[in-house]
Design a protein around this ligand. Sequence first.
Ligand SMILES: *Cc1c(COP(=O)(O)O)cnc(C)c1O
Length: 311
Amino acid sequence: MLYSLIHDFESELQQWLPASLASLQQSPVVQSLPDPLFAQHQVAVDALRCDLLHPVISGNKWFKLKYNLVSARRQGLDRVASFGGAWSNHLHALAYCARELRLQSLGFVRGEELDADANVMLQDVQRWGMELQFLSRQQYRLKQVQTDAHTLLIPEGGDNRLGVIGSMTMVPLSLAVQYDVIVLPWGTGCTALGVRLAAPRRTAVWAVSALKGAWLQGELARRLQEWPELANAPIELLGEYHHGGYGNVSEVLLSFIREFGDNNALPLDPVYSGKAMWGLCDRIRHHALPAGSRVLFVHTGGLQGTRGFQS
Ligand SMILES: *Cc1c(COP(=O)(O)O)cnc(C)c1O
């Protein structure tokens, strides 16, 4: 059922995608990570480099957006709109895709104090033709915005049913079967749900939360219930590696990212992938995986947003 939807979406994409987006449809590189910690515990860890799929668009955002974009086209809509913060990887990817697909785009940005020159992310999306509207925190929370009849409104982060179904194609079954555990970051959970749906039952999925909050486990349970296909297919949500909460970083996290990056030739961002890798390493250090285990770390991208920490 889901796979026939996927098949139809993919054939339509193949007709529609311009050369500038074609690399997004290729299989990401799988890179084995030689970290001494993994060797010491006899655990094999590979990284799925979704961050390398495109020079501009951040890893997982494409997977969440692509069927939403096809859906806009099918409905004859010529504008896409969505929400994001000042360093949103999602708005960044949406603005670029929209330009390449000749759609108009509109971004609702959190922070009424900002303007389109506030940072390089906002400058990028503006240069690509995205119209921006700045919302107060309160307005942003409510998300009661007006759009017209020729606009598709996509939820924050691309987190809807089509976002989850698109994320099913990120780790194909033929790859997933080779691993005992798939590890990836959790923001809205959309990507993790898609990966869980596509993976075999015997493969565990660990999602490392970039957010802090006691509500997360309840949120996970609620989201799993939306997918009857996921009865008996749990996601293990690791909630203790957030380093203070969403967008917060610590000195130890930044030095971990530098050192891990040097040892493994793997650049990580501090908001998502760095915390996810930190969580995986902590689990391995605490003997959560028996010798001989095989792990696939999904690199979801996010390096665009890292510019916010360098400035
Ligand atoms: C947005 C984002 C995520 C979070 O994905 P969800 O589907 O919201 O869980 C993870 N990693 C990176 C790099 C992101 O930009």
